[in-house]
Design a protein around this ligand. Structure first.
Ligand code: OVM
Length: 398
């Protein structure tokens, strides 16, 4: 058994959250498993070990929470998610209900309409030449398409972004980022709680489809509400920041953007690679259900383990020139959507949004330049951007 190296480094302090990639080498190079004194838990940042832990959900469970808080010792701030914060068999029952709703068939129905929404939006932004790629595009597009699919009220939808801030900060420690980030956003919790109720959901949406499953006896009324909450928690800020980082990648790697313009068939690949390059969900925790060993390092039963997805996605042991956004690499297997039974339920929705935006931009823009450096919005889990001022050159009209 190897001794587990201990690092004096806080993955949730502000310097780390501003530029996590500056610290990942230190964690990956220290060993396959490290002990972080600052937060009193183990961490893994290498691709092979992160992927293996995600796969081994029996040893690395989610039911004690996927944040720093151990639900076996602390009361969670909201009833646990039946998907994210659960283990089989409960997880699988909940997931099956959701998988039937977020189906390929359902997604096929959305593409044409979402495409025309994206085209109109990007047309307008290109005519302005300068815009904020976060507020005007990366937030605007998901907000125009996603809440309608679930069927939540139009009034107050902006609260979805504030709610996501609370939820994703909640996976980290109760630090300054948590306190400041969540301040004044309490109303979002009430809004989302109301939006999850049967009487507030529009007929025909994915939210009501969950209550239809409850009517068939597949889950209880209370479980249905909590599953709607998963859509509303995980469905907006994730794609917002995925799209934002894809635009950032286009600006930082102009030759790759040219390659996309020359071959629009690479649009989906562009979104996927941007997710590897800068993974929106940077980290999630697991808890060990038994004593275990990871690449020769002992981890005792009941330990919280930080899985550093974003670091794994830039591990030079796995990827060539990992810090570069490269369209033609073999990207399959990245852990930006996780891996194993908990792998992102909404990944097909996210991909559809990302592909459609990448296509609409590649058709209309020859170059994207940053007017200013991105303004970061610090969050304990998401790598987030609040403002990304850009200038674009329009494709010449024929
Ligand atoms: C949920 C949930 C919340 C946040 C994130 C997430 C990335 C899921 O409530 O199920 O997945």
């Amino acid at each position: 058994m190897t001794i587990c190296p201990s690092l004096d480094l806080d993955p949730f302090d502000e310097a780390f959250l501003v530029d996590p990639f500056a610290y990942h080498d230190q964690i990956r190079d220290a060993g396959p498993v490290v002990w972080l004194d600052s937060i009193g838990c183990y961490a893994m940042a290498r691709f092979a070990e992160v992927q293996a832990a995600l796969k081994d959900h029996g040893t690395f469970c989610s039911g004690r929470g996927v944040g720093l808080a151990d639900f076996a010792r602390e009361q969670p701030f909201r009833p646990p998610s039946l998907l994210l914060e659960s283990d089989p068999p409960l997880h699988d029952r909940a997931r099956a209900i959701m998988n039937r709703i977020v189906s390929l068939k359902a997604l096929k129905l959305l593409r044409a309409e979402w495409r025309s929404i994206a085209e109109n939006l990007v047309d307008e932004l290109v005519s302005r030449r300068q815009f904020d790629a976060v507020t005007d595009l990366a937030e605007e597009f998901p907000m125009r398409v996603f809440p309608d699919i679930i069927g939540v009220p139009v009034e107050g939808r902006k609260q979805l972004l504030e709610y996501a801030t609370i939820v994703f900060n909640g996976f980290g420690p109760r630090n300054a980022v948590f306190e400041h980030g969540n301040q004044g956003k309490e109303a979002a919790i009430d809004w989302v709680t109301a939006a999850c109720k049967r009487e507030n959901l529009l007929p025909g949406g994915w939210g009501m489809a969950i209550y239809d499953a409850a009517d068939r006896g597949e889950c209880t009324e209370d479980e249905a509400g909590r599953l709607v909450r998963s859509f509303l928690s995980a469905g907006v800020d994730t794609t917002v920041n995925g799209i934002a980082h894809m635009i950032l990648a286009f600006a930082r790697f102009p030759s790759e953007f040219s390659r996309l313009r020359a071959n629009r068939g690479l649009a989906l690949q562009a979104f996927e690679e941007s997710l590897r390059w800068d993974s929106t969900v940077q980290t999630f925790f697991r808890t060990t259900t038994c004593d275990t060993a990871v690449s020769g390092t002992h981890i005792p039963k009941g330990s919280k383990v930080l899985l550093m997805l974003a670091a794994a996605n830039r591990d030079p042991r796995q990827w060539e020139v990992p810090e570069q956004f490269v369209l033609n690499r073999r990207i399959s297997g990245h852990v930006g959507f996780g891996f194993g039974i908990h792998q992102c339920l909404g990944q097909m929705v996210a991909r559809l949004e990302g592909e459609i935006i990448a296509t609409a931009i590649a058709e209309r823009v020859t170059e994207i330049r940053l007017i200013n450096e991105p303004v970061r919005r610090l969050n304990n889990t998401l790598h987030a951007i609040s403002h990304l001022p850009v200038e674009v050159d329009a494709v010449a009209k024929v």
